[in-house]
Design a protein around this ligand. Structure first.
Ligand code: NAP
Ligand code: GDD
Length: 341
């Protein structure tokens, strides 16, 4: 009989790639979506897998829906990817972020403990929890969250550890550094850049507004990172793992390379908008994936920084070329200003 997996947040970037990965492994995949006026399965459509997964309505804010989903699925593996995942928005919606990203995890884990304790559990922890460092961060590095999002993720991280120790659950946290793809939300900086650069190339807009372009991130490809999530749940013992490439680049590097690939000069099109700076910033993130390489056999070098940019630039070029001109507008990508002053 095939194994079953439940993915919360299957409509998001990682949810879609993980579903695709698990289907290829022969899993029966259940995925949760929010009951909103028009549920959006575009990422599953992009990977041609919408009809191959079983979609169940669910909300991290609603204990009953969590109970229902767990009773119905009783999965072998549960991947908790659902979250309010945008750091910028967490400054404007700190309470909702805490409810969804922090408490939501506790609702899931406590229901799991009572309904399906044999299920192997993965929690999507984040490098944001570290708060940044110039030195490579590993599983023993200390945490200093610098946003409501990071604080909520750290709470969820510790609850996962606690439930593992207190109730002997197979509960793992993957501390993932930034990972991107053509399916990345348009408000995150990499996708914002590849999308805008293509718009500029096509003459549909002239400028791109960015905030702190000196921030540095350790960027990998989401398609590679979902394999690490799965590997964590195949081990003898549940543990925490850092997943990263071990290399870091500035936002400016990412933007310059993207514009260069399209034969454009970033300087000619860039506007720095102070409103896009965060009240508190994580200046530098770089991870040390040694443990994942050694224990999981995970490969951080499958997709290089350059390849990642190529994949995203190419995908946005195709997306924009196939869209009707009337529907294209950078107005779709409204940024929420951060009211620091
Ligand atoms: P994403 O694209 O923003 O996807 C988030 C998912 O959570 C979406 O499916 C969203 O549903 C769902 N969701 C939001 N609020 C919910 C609620 N109240 N109830 C149920 N579902 C809800 O995020 P991602 O990039 O795939 O990341 C996946 C997870 O990894 C997140 O927990 C994120 O915080 C974490 N993480 C990401 C990275 C990264 O670099 N991507 C790094 C470290 C950790 P809708 O489609 O309805 O909005
Ligand atoms: N979004 C955005 N928009 N970020 C900008 C901009 C802009 O116009 N200009 C500069 N930045 C800077 C941000 O200040 C930040 O330092 C960096 O670009 C990356 O921002 P995001 O792409 O929004 O990602 P993030 O690093 O804040 O968070 C992502 O990675 C985390 C893991 O480290 C998200 O995926 C989180 O969910 C994830 O946990």
């Amino acid at each position: 009989m095939s194994k079953t997996a439940l993915i919360t947040g299957i409509t998001g970037q990682d949810g879609a790639y993980l579903a695709d990965f698990l289907l290829r492994k022969g899993y029966h995949v259940y995925g949760t979506f929010r009951r909103i006026s028009s549920p959006n399965f575009s990422r599953l459509d992009f990977l041609n897998i919408t009809d191959r997964v079983e979609l169940i309505p669910f909300d991290l804010l609603d204990q009953s829906s969590i109970l229902y989903v767990l009773e119905y699925t009783k999965p072998d593996e549960l991947y908790n990817l659902a979250a309010q995942s945008f750091v910028g928005a967490s400054f404007e919606q700190p309470i909702a972020t805490g409810e969804v990203t922090g408490l939501g995890l506790t609702r899931v884990l406590d229901t799991l403990r009572m309904q399906s304790p044999h299920t192997r559990f993965y929690q999507a922890s984040s490098s944001e929890m570290f708060g940044g460092s110039n030195k490579p961060l590993n599983e023993n590095s200390s945490f200093k969250p610098r946003s409501p999002y990071a604080a909520a993720k750290l709470y969820a991280h510790w609850v996962t550890t606690n439930y593992r120790e207190a109730y002997d659950l197979y509960a793992c946290s993957g501390i993932l550094f930034n990972h991107e793809s053509p399916l990345r939300g348009i408000e995150f900086v990499t996708r914002k850049i590849t999308y805008h650069a293509n718009m500029i190339k096509m003459g549909l807009t002239e400028k791109i507004s960015l905030g702190n372009i000196e921030a540095k991130r350790d960027w990998g490809f989401a398609g590679d990172y979902v394999e690490a999530m799965w590997l964590m749940l195949q081990q003898d013992r549940p543990e925490e793992y850092v997943i990263a490439t071990g290399k870091t680049h500035t936002v400016k590097d990412f933007a310059e390379k993207t514009f260069e690939k399209l034969g454009l000069n970033l300087e000619d099109h860039l506007e720095i908008d102070k409103k896009l700076f965060r009240p508190t910033e994580v200046d530098v993130l770089i991870g040390d994936p040694s443990k994942a390489i050694k224990k999981l056999g995970w490969n951080p070098n499958k997709t290089s920084f350059d390849d990642l940019i190529n994949i995203m630039v190419q995908s946005d070029r195709e997306l924009l070329s196939n869209s009707s001109k009337d529907s294209l507008s950078t107005d779709r990508i409204k940024e929420i200003p951060h009211f620091k002053e």
